[in-house]
Ligand binder design. Structure first.
Ligand SMILES: O=P(O)(O)OC[C@H]1O[C@](O)(CO)[C@@H](O)[C@@H]1O
Length: 323
């Protein structure tokens, strides 16, 4: 298997004028692409970037899709029909298709020019392997097309994030149990974050809470919270807030202050508590928050499932009905 760096080098050798990068997936696999998309949006001066749920890409295909596009399609199991179809749509249009999956030889890989197979089950850090590999691809793409000033700092931090996650989760269980006891009877939990971590809030809300626990969970950007949704803030209303270490921390801290002012029921998972700054410089720290918080949140979700006697694997519709 080629490394992300080797894949990107081959693509740029074939097509030096890459104009756009399109990230495509479904559900948690789409959300895991967000840090890479966010990174490119913040740092690329010329490249165009998009993130789509696969059927939006398939049924409303971007006009710019073509041989100057890199399309990165992710699917953990490699069989989600919409994502498999996206590899066909992209490949037919002449784009450079990279499939990212946990399942070697799966249908997702059949129409891809390049394949990255990543871990998932091995550890808490492995839960973020897709996110990390795709972020590395984004960094390599930027480096190859426009150069990235903080390339070495970013690669250094990325080489250390797995150990930090696996170390962090060792001490999380007591806090996760407290959270689980406190929230186990709630029918709705608001999930908030900002910056590169915004889709970890979306992912937590949509998949860990709604799909796997059947708890309604609106997702809010902590910046947007003050532009309407804060009207819902009252004593004991449940919130889960992911606090970033980095430029958008101000947004998260401002939301926390307001939530506390009205005695909302708020739990924070804070990257600062786990020492993210010990592995990542100020220049790159934003993009490491999502991985650390995803790893820690998994323990919280497991404890919530235990407290509610509702396994994370329980479904009533998914994979059981035709849809
Ligand atoms: O990552 P895959 O294998 O494409 O699976 C996607 C499915 O898995 C989930 O992300 C989590 O169960 C769903 O939201 C989605 O339908």
């Amino acid at each position: 298997m080629l490394s992300p760096k080797e894949i990107v080098a081959k693509i740029f050798k074939e097509e030096s004028n890459i104009e756009n990068v399109m990230f495509v997936g479904c559900g948690a696999s789409m959300a895991d692409l967000y840090p890479a998309k966010y990174f490119l949006e913040k740092n690329a001066k010329k490249l165009r970037v998009s993130l789509s749920t696969a059927n939006e890409f398939n049924y409303d295909t971007p006009a710019s899709l073509g041989k100057t596009s890199i399309v990165i399609v992710a699917s953990l199991g490699g069989t989600t029909p919409e994502s498999v179809e996206a590899t066909k749509v992209a490949s037919k249009a002449g784009a450079h298709v990279i499939s990212v999956t946990n399942s070697e030889g799966s249908p997702l890989t059949e129409n891809a020019e390049y394949v990255i197979v990543h871990g998932f089950h091995e550890s808490y850090a492995a839960k973020t392997a897709k996110m990390k590999n795709v972020l590395i691809l984004a960094v390599e793409i930027l480096q190859a097309s426009e150069k990235y000033a903080h390339y070495d700092e970013m690669m250094d931090a990325l080489s250390k994030i797995d150990d930090l996650i696996n170390e962090s989760v060792k001490s999380v269980t007591p806090a996760a149990k407290t959270f689980a006891e406190k929230y186990k009877d709630d029918k709705l939990i608001y999930v908030l974050s900002s910056g590169a971590t915004f889709d970890v809030a979306y992912s937590t809300a949509s998949f860990l809470f709604m799909e796997m626990q059947w708890i309604a969970a609106p997702t809010l950007n902590t910046g947007e919270y003050f532009h309407g949704p804060f009207e819902m803030t009252e004593t004991d209303v449940p919130y889960l807030l992911f606090m970033n270490d980095g430029p958008t921390r101000h947004l998260d801290a401002r939301a926390l202050t307001f939530l506390q002012r009205f005695d909302a029921k708020v739990t924070t998972i804070d990257a600062k508590d786990y020492g993210l700054a010990s592995i990542a410089s100020d220049n790159v720290i934003d993009y490491l928050n999502p991985m650390l918080i995803t790893g820690v949140m998994r323990v919280y979700a497991e404890e919530l499932a235990i407290a509610r006697k509702h396994p994370l694997t329980k479904r009533r519709y998914m994979w059981k009905l035709e849809y």
